[in-house]
Ligand binder design. Sequence first.
Ligand SMILES: O=C(O)CCC(=O)C(=O)O
Length: 279
Amino acid sequence: MNPFRLTPEQLAFFHTFGFLAFPGLLDDRIGRITEEFEVLWALQNGGHFGQVHDGKRRSCIAPCIDRSVYLSTLLDDPRLVGIASGILGENFNYMGSDGNLYAGDTPWHSDGWHRDQIHLKLAFYLDPVARDTGCLRVIPGSHKIGDHFADSLQREIHECEKNWGLHGRDVPCVALETKPGDVVVFNHNTKHCAFGGSARRRMFTMNCCQRYPESRLQDLRDYLAGGARFWVERAYGEAMISTASPARMIHLEQNLANDGHLKALADKARREMPEPSRG
Ligand SMILES: O=C(O)CCC(=O)C(=O)O
């Protein structure tokens, strides 16, 4: 049994506020994680994955951890599995990963607006980041679809200057300042952003969700179709699949059974786009 479990208080906090922070959670692995992340970017800038980081725009590798045998083992790490299974259930789906070199601000947004399934993101910032140097900012409670506060934020936050007379950086929020080794976790619905980072702000994510019921598999396929813009042909990268233990496979199996449409969509994207999506 996994000895790492979220406390009832952590779970209640997540469901009420839409995020959690784990300072120092991966301190024992962060050196190697950062090295492996840089290996992927060295390949990227050598042209392997299709983009060059110019420090002006965000660059993105997707999938990210799936391309590295070592980084794929993050999906076996009892601490990360404990967080995801505590919130989503033991049979949660791993929903892919992106590796990022950000340049500049990320405006307020949600990663989805999911009513029926909880989708969450684990975010790993590989440089120390503070409120005005690119840390993740979140609005507590903004994930609760159907709630008056969350629904009005959803309508108004994209024009906060016009609606509230506020620049995005002045919107009331919690700034999740982190150092490498910390992990922050948030519901995809939670409004989040970052302001003031460097031209090479390193960060990668792991996304997970509740297993989809049979009645909503089409929603899962539609979600997976979004991966085509990164020119990916399967739900996961080769290293992630080929080194999967039976325990890891529990988190891969539903997507692998439902990604048959992705190759044709990725081929189409490759014909139509000059490079894979940057986010
Ligand atoms: O760090 C950032 O710039 C924002 C991260 C973000 O928006 C995301 O991962 O969805």
